[in-house]
Design a protein around this ligand. Structure first.
Ligand code: SAM
Ligand code: SF4
Length: 439
């Protein structure tokens, strides 16, 4: 029997890329590949890239440059670029970095086996189409191997919102939802392999409107169907847009016992002027009212968000409005970024904020967010939370898991295995995690 070929995948960016990397690895499994953690061992290296952060493409080129030596030693090594940089750069990647054999966009990775065969035959293989066929339908069923207790499951992709700063509508394409029955089958299969918590993923996950048995299903409808799966204990979803927070989804947060009390709901700015220029189509006030309604449904929900500071034409007054909004919401987690231009997006052409001013605002915003985060985490001490244990911690005899609020919780000296779900009394709050004892 011939040795299996080895695949090294490096994943950048969001959870959707983590999910895509798993599916790409499974797709190449059919071509005789098994994964390796070391690029030196690999017969194929695949970079699954993200285009959201600044100079994303440049970072990919410099990473590719590092494989020159490996390729010289092992001429049969195939090097591929997948994901959003692949989509945005296309053929340019092979022109600028001739050691690349394969380029595949996020909507075409079901065609990886054919592309890999083409690359093996010594040809350059490129596919950055937005094909008509559904890639998830074309992918093989996920192989039946035992899994850890948590898994991602992509239910929706792409975005039609065209926020003025964002590349997603260009790199991931139009908004598409997967049919509900396929998702439910995939979820059932994950649970049979040991998964107890599923995070539903989409760039705009709460805009989900996949075909169901009686017409289109909403995300809340899908969550209620998942709620019926025996053995599935927890459901989460990310990332949501404020305008798609429908009444049924807010209500599910109050009534669906498997839906966890955590919601990532990016607002980006607290200034109505900036929100308008960002093409966000919500105001600070409508966002705050929405959070009020969500908290009425589920008072203990932990809110998380995304912010951009230094968006073109943002003044100190606009920035103050963002700080005010953060004060009112008090996020348990929040991700904040300094605006950076993405060629081809509307905001790229506008007058930019002084970079030092933007840095200063970012620091002030992060200091406030960190303070709230810490206060919310510290307030968990002496409370009892339910922890899904995921893996051993760094210390001997320690296990780490997540509470329903997504706080990392460490427990030492208890007889625990990955997948156990236990009540834990929180005894201490550290820099980025909690410690506790099993009750
Ligand atoms: N769909 C989500 C939403 O509606 O807000 C966001 C998805 S985006 C992939 C993740 C985050 O990256 C955004 O929320 C935004 O804060 C940040 N981001 C996107 N484009 C950016 C840019 N040009 N500069 C700085 N941050 C950016
Ligand atoms: Fe990008 Fe999110 Fe806006 Fe869509 S809704 S364009 S993914 S920031």
């Amino acid at each position: 029997m011939s040795e299996p070929k080895k695949l090294y995948i490096k994943t950048y960016g969001c959870q959707m890329n983590v999910y895509d990397s798993e599916r790409m690895s499974e797709a190449l499994g059919g071509q005789g590949y098994v994964e390796t953690q070391s690029p030196e061992d690999a017969d194929m290296i695949l970079l699954n890239t993200c285009h959201i952060r600044e100079k994303a493409a440049e970072k990919v080129y410099s990473e590719l440059g590092r494989f020159k030596g490996l390729k010289a030693e092992k001429p049969d090594l195939k090097i591929g670029v997948a994901g959003c940089v692949a989509q945005a750069e296309g053929e340019e990647i092979m022109r600028r970095q001739p050691l690349v054999d394969l380029v595949v966009g996020p909507q075409s990775y079901h065609r990886l086996p054919e592309l890999e065969a083409k690359a093996r035959a010594g040809e350059k293989a490129l596919d950055t189409d937005f094909p008509e066929e559904d890639k998830f339908e074309k992918l093989k069923n996920r192989p039946k191997a035992k899994r850890g207790p948590t898994a991602f499951l992509t239910v929706q992709e792409g975005c039609d919102k065209f926020c003025a700063f964002c590349v997603v509508p260009y790199t991931r394409g139009a908004e598409v939802s997967r049919p509900a029955d396929r998702i439910l089958r995939e979820a059932q299969d994950l649970v049979e392999r040991g998964v107890r918590e599923i995070t539903l993923l989409g760039q705009n996950v709460n805009a989900y409107h996949g075909a169901g048995p009686d017409g289109d299903m909403t995300l809340a409808g899908l969550i209620w169907e998942l709620n019926k799966i025996d053995g599935l204990e927890r459901i989460r979803f990310t990332t949501s847009h404020p305008n798609d927070m429908t009444d049924d989804l807010i209500e599910a947060h109050g009534t669906c016992e498997k839906l966890m009390p955590y919601l990532h709901l990016p607002v980006q700015s607290g200034s109505d002027k900036i929100l308008k220029r960002m093409n966000r189509s919500h105001t600070a006030e409508s966002y705050l009212r929405l959070i009020e309604r969500i908290r009425e449904a589920r008072p203990d929900i932990l809110m998380s968000g995304d912010f951009i500071v230094g968006f073109p034409e943002e003044t100190e007054e606009d920035f103050q409005a963002t700080l005010d909004l953060v004060e009112q919401v008090r996020y348990g987690y929040a991700y904040s970024f300094k605006y950076s231009t993405r060629p081809g997006t509307p905001a790229a052409e506008r007058p930019q904020v002084d970079p030092q001013e933007a840095d200063d605002r970012l620091q002030r915003l992060q200091a406030l967010i960190t303070r709230h985060q810490r206060e919310i985490q510290d307030a968990m001490v002496d409370r009892t939370v339910r922890v899904l244990f995921e893996k051993p911690g760094r210390l001997a005899g320690q296990m780490v898991g997540k509470s329903e609020y997504l706080h990392a919780v460490h427990v030492s000296g208890a007889d625990l295995s990955a997948g156990d779900l236990r009540n834990v009394r929180i005894t201490a709050s550290g820099a980025n995690s909690l410690a506790g004892e099993v009750l």
